[in-house]
Design a protein. Structure first.
Length: 322
């Protein structure tokens, strides 16, 4: 498990940096939407296939996963990286070369310094961090289904499946009609909707309402993930993407686990319903606070769509400055 965690720490920022290195910026929303659809499909199909293989032989799913990882590793060398065309990328490459003799710690912290200097990046990454930290209602689903909804394991399984269904459905829509206008406000609205649906999940005693709330909050989360996954690599020069995404991976990955822990502690003190409602209210408050604290993020208007000759949003151009 330690080795797997170390490997994942290298894989995540590298794989997230690749889409922006493969395609031109105007085509990135097209790819991110399809990548998200593939990911959501795997989250739904993978456990079913794993359980079926486990019924055949307990070792079978582990062997299958190892084979799939090996095939993935063999496929990576086939990826062709887009050459640097912009002056900003060439300038950043020169800066990175000049810093080659700096201490290793300097390089490790450069991604953090880069994020801190750019309000769009800082706002987008910290928004997701705190929203996940306080909106971890899924961790309390077993207690909610038992204490408030009065359903057993089958009902819990369908509630968890509702998360995948909602996210998968929205992601499929995004493959056809990606978000291209009012990007910043859409991101903040999606986080607020996530919080409202979390509150509904906490206060209801109706299984149908809880199921619908899971559909809505997972769909809103899918929109948020789509925008952030498109925006963050886009406003980071090629040479800095791995470092910035490594920092984001630490923040977001850590907030998932810490959010589940926070939900458990709050659930022990306030009860499952109180903890979920408090987390949802905190998420709504965070969305409103970030709208005021990070106007550069809020005011982003558009991504270029596939084949759209529209230039980059002026707010993003300013962010891509010195």
């Amino acid at each position: 498990m330690v080795v797997t965690g170390i490997a994942a720490a290298f894989v995540s920022p590298a794989s997230r940096a690749l889409p922006a290195d493969i395609l031109a910026p105007e085509d990135l929303p097209w790819l991110v939407a399809r990548h998200s659809a593939t990911w959501q499909s795997a989250l739904i199909v993978g456990p079913v296939l794993g359980g079926t293989l486990y019924a055949v032989d307990p070792a079978a799913p582990f062997v299958a996963v190892a084979v799939l990882y090996l095939l993935s590793a063999l496929a990576y060398p086939l990826i062709r990286i887009r050459p640097r065309n912009s002056p900003a990328e060439a300038e950043m490459a020169a800066v990175i070369e000049e810093e080659a003799d700096e201490p290793a710690l300097h390089h490790a912290m450069e991604g953090l310094r880069f994020i801190r200097r750019r309000p769009i990046l800082l706002g987008a990454i910290s928004l997701d961090l705190f929203a996940v930290l306080f909106g971890g209602a899924v961790a309390l689903l077993p207690a909610i289904t038992e204490d408030r909804l009065g359903v057993g394991a089958v009902g819990l399984g369908w509630l968890r499946a509702a998360g995948g269904i909602g996210a998968g459905a929205v992601t499929l829509v995004l493959t056809r009609k990606p978000v291209v206008r009012r990007v910043g406000r859409t991101l903040l609205t999606a986080v607020a909707v996530f919080g409202v649906a979390t509150i509904a999940l906490g206060v209801t005693r109706s299984y149908g309402v809880a199921f619908a709330a899971m559909l809505v909050l997972s769909g809103a989360d899918a929109i948020s993930v789509f925008i952030r996954a498109t925006l963050v690599p886009w406003v980071v020069p090629q040479e800095m993407r791995g470092r910035v995404l490594a920092v984001e991976n630490v923040f977001i990955g850590g907030s998932n686990e810490l959010g589940a822990f926070e939900s458990g502690v709050a659930g022990q003190i306030l009860g499952p319903a109180g903890a979920v409602v408090l987390g949802g209210a905190a998420t709504v408050a965070i969305a409103g606070t970030w709208a005021l604290a990070f106007p550069a993020l809020r005011d982003i208007d558009r991504f270029p769509g596939s084949g759209d000759p529209t230039p980059l949003d002026p707010v993003i151009l300013e962010e891509l400055g010195p």
